[in-house]
Design a protein around this ligand. Structure first.
Ligand code: C2E
Ligand code: MG
Ligand code: MG
Length: 410
């Protein structure tokens, strides 16, 4: 797009309704936007984006289309790292828009807003004013699916650039500290602290996840040992992916590491994410059952998202269920989230599992989840993930204040 004139923006209209395409194109023309392409199928729009010399600055997308619907289209856009803007157009109301908006946010796509059909020209003009002049941002960056490459990551794992942060979990009824979750970061020499969403996917794709998990677990066990020497018995949860669980020797490897650090296996929880386990269900079952025999605790992470489903609960022996933060924070004002929390807690308890709520960001979140009978909580209201060295100081402060300040309110 010509930075001086936003109206030179290249806009793709995607709608299965030919009349709608005509109407929107005409409206855009009247507003001065003439660089407009219309598409009546998702594949066609993706082809428009593909290739050099054809950057798109904005896609206006009908979320309700046959064949490839808007949601699938958004997923494909995110997979291709589309960096332009989006406007959603739909006849659907409330809940659908909310969920699509959340999906867009989760995929780090840039939504300018949404329009209800029939589209009003003033509303369209208002959204277009948010379109940032940003030359060529809309190209698909297929060549660089990750900011980092496998060699760099491998060197980081071997070279000790991964550091564990620890986020406390507390009992919601009493405020009592119940353990920490270990969250890995990459202390990158150039980029500073890099978060796991930037490299866990890469590690999984490149076959580096076993090595990464081993590095994280080893460091976490050393930390548990160090805390133990200082007189603190700190249960630690570490994150593992389904790929880790498809290695039949995983239970033996992790048991050996735990024994070498002289830590009881009961102190270690393995938090499992990532779906797609159907392909090797028997292996995963074998591995998880053996972990449980060895007295490791097993948690199903991000429960309620696409990654962690009822089928996993049916098939696999979990001790703990972690409700995804997207259902927790703000549940006081949102009946849908609240209903999901209530159902998750009830089901987990019926299955004799402990429930942990992630994403307790406010006092309201805490009070609600406590009221709903959720066992433990984790989130910014309690503490952010912190380096190991900060934990004991946090713990001391927490113990000093929690009885009076946080939990014991009706
Ligand atoms: P997770 O296991 O669900 O971890 C919780 C994530 O939520 C963490 O993000 C944490 O910093 C963040 N969080 C905690 N409290 C709040 C809150 O109140 N509000 C909000 N908005 N966020 C909160 P983080 O550290 O960026 O980790 C993201 C994900 O990366 C983790 O999600 C986990 O799936 C994965 N991950 C982290 N460390 C490892 C690891 O060592 N191995 C593997 N395989 N995955 C890891
Ligand atoms: Mg986790
Ligand atoms: Mg989680």
């Amino acid at each position: 797009m010509n930075t001086a004139d936003p109206r030179s923006a290249r806009i793709i209209l995607l709608d299965d309704d030919a009349l709608m395409l005509l109407l929107l194109a005409r409206m855009l023309k009247q507003l001065g936007y003439t660089n407009v392409v219309t598409c009546n199928h998702g594949e066609q729009a993706l082809r428009q984006l593909d290739g050099p010399g054809a950057p798109a600055d904005l896609i206006m997308l009908d979320i309700n289309m046959p064949e490839m619907d808007g949601i699938e289209f958004i997923r494909r856009l995110a997979a291709c790292r589309y960096a332009g803007s989006l406007i959603l157009v739909s006849g659907e109301g409330g809940r659908v828009f909310d969920s699509v908006a959340r999906l867009i946010e989760a995929q780090h796509l840039n939504a300018l807003g949404h329009l209800h059909k029939p589209v009003q020209p003033e509303q369209l003009a208002a959204l277009l004013r948010r379109l940032q002049p940003n030359a060529g941002v809309g190209t698909l960056q297929r060549a660089t699916p990750h900011a980092y490459d496998a060699e760099e990551l491998r060197a980081a794992i071997v070279g000790g650039q991964l550091v564990n942060y620890y986020q406390p979990k507390v009992a919601l009824e009493t405020g009592e500290f119940v353990g920490v979750e270990c969250l890995v970061r990459w202390q990158h020499p150039r980029d500073g602290l890099v978060f796991p969403d930037q490299f866990i996917g890469l590690a999984t794709e490149q076959g580096l996840i076993a090595e990464l998990t081993k590095a994280v677990v080893t460091a976490a066990l050393q930390q548990a040992k160090a805390w133990g020497r200082e007189g603190h018995r700190v249960p630690i949860a570490v994150n593992v992916t389904m790929d880790d669980l498809t290695a039949l020797d995983f239970p033996d490897v992790i048991e050996a590491l735990t024994a070498a650090a002289d830590i009881e296996t009961q102190l270690i929880t393995l938090e499992v994410t990532e779906g797609q386990m159907q392909r090797s269900l028997s292996t995963v079952l074998d591995v998880l059952s053996r972990l449980q025999l060895k007295r490791f605790q097993l948690a199903i992470d991000d429960f309620g998202t696409g990654h962690s489903s009822l089928a996993q609960l049916r098939d696999l022996p979990f001790d703990e269920l972690k409700i995804d933060r997207s259902f927790v924070h703000g549940a006081t004002e949102d009946t849908t989230r609240q209903a999901i929390c209530i159902a998750s807690i009830r089901m987990a308890h019926q299955l004799r599992m402990q429930v942990v709520a992630e994403g307790i960001e406010t006092r309201d979140d805490w009070d609600l989840l406590r009221h709903l009978g959720c066992d433990a909580g984790q989130g910014y209201f309690i503490a952010r993930p912190m380096p190991a060295a900060a934990l004991i100081e946090w713990l001391t402060k927490w113990h000093a204040q929690y009885g009076a300040a946080v939990p014991l309110q009706a």
